[in-house]
Design a protein around this ligand. Structure first.
Ligand code: NAD
Length: 289
């Protein structure tokens, strides 16, 4: 397929390369020349504007920083400029309301579109092992699925437009809550005289077990290899977790949802990020306990 790809940063670069590997004709655009050069090396054709990249595309994939940029790119350079009938896949993490608005504008103009945010970081983007949570009509999902399968290991239909973003922020709010809770429990266990490994051996087979503990333990040297074993480098940056928590708090307000634990986790990550830790893996928050 002829696929335009807009936004070839840390995530989009690897995703576009995987579309090339799957045999697609990928037409890349990014504001950054470095990103475009890397895309060219990966086998993409490169363009100097989004309009040119989408001109003959059967599908458009985007991986952009935020909702305002997604709205601008689709509003100015994609809707009405890509061939009628093309399918659009926005894989960026953005607010639910913007995702629904942009999909509604695209649909009115005769395109199919899904929101398809991802779980998994840069390594998963490079390795083609992302999980996609997808919002949109059944037809739009059916068209998007084979494209997403070339970039991921799981593609799940979450329901109507915007539901992919809803799933993403609810999941990441829960992740922040159980990471903070896991850090809290390890820190208190230690103060009460328990060795962290012993606490892990007990809690990992008891009812406190959770992903932050057994797949991503914030305590160095405990559990499987994780960013804590590498001085909290790599992994999922605190700044990105905070971005998702802010989106979650916005969605909670808009939907009148009570999120006492989520808002506490958001406040903890606000202050951890504000203290200059935005580049560290989000499990480094254990240092504050
Ligand atoms: P990034 O900043 O590395 O990449 C974004 C790219 O978009 C940049 O190359 C930038 O030049 C480009 N860009 C910005 N405005 C543009 C425009 N108007 N037209 C064309 N290109 C434009 O960010 P990233 O880490 O790749 O993240 C992308 C999205 O993926 C974000 O929404 C992020 O929340 C989400 N995400 C990131 C991760 C991660 O681990 N990095 C994990 C899951 C989801």
């Amino acid at each position: 397929m002829k696929i335009a790809f807009i936004g070839l940063g840390n995530m989009g670069g690897g995703m576009a390369a995987n579309l090339v590997k799957a045999g697609h004709d990928v037409r890349a655009f990014d504001l950054s020349q470095d990103a475009l050069d890397a895309a060219k090396d990966a086998g993409c054709a490169t363009f100097t504007s989004a309009k040119d990249a989408v001109a003959n595309a059967e599908a458009v994939v985007s991986m952009l920083p935020n909702g305002a940029i997604v709205r601008g790119v689709y509003g100015e350079d994609v809707i009405g400029l890509a061939p009628t009938g093309a399918v659009f896949l926005d894989c960026s993490t953005i607010d639910v309301a913007t995702a629904r608005d942009v999909i509604s504008s695209a649909t009115e103009a005769g395109y199919d579109m899904v929101d398809a945010p991802v779980s998994g970081g840069i390594a998963a983007a490079n390795g083609g092992t992302l999980t996609f949570m997808v919002g949109g009509s059944a037809d739009a999902f059916a068209r998007a699925k084979p494209i997403l399968e070339a970039m991921g290991k799981a593609v799940i239909h979450a329901g109507d437009a915007g539901n992919g973003q809803a799933a993403k922020i609810c999941n990441n709010m829960l992740l922040a809550i159980h990471m903070a809770g896991t850090c809290e429990a390890f820190a208190m266990a230690e103060k009460l005289g328990l060795d962290p490994q012993t606490f892990y051996d007990i809690s990992s087979v008891s009812s406190g077990q959770n992903w932050s503990m057994t797949s991503y333990c914030p305590v160095p040297g405990v559990g499987p290899q994780s960013p804590s074993d590498n001085d909290y480098q790599g992994g999922f940056a605190t700044a990105l977790m905070l971005k998702d928590l802010r989106l979650a708090m916005e969605a909670a307000d808009a939907s009148d949802s009570a999120v006492p634990m989520g808002s506490r986790a958001a406040a903890l990550y606000e202050s951890f990020d504000g203290a200059g830790n935005g580049g560290k893996d989000f499990s480094a928050i254990i240092k504050t306990y």
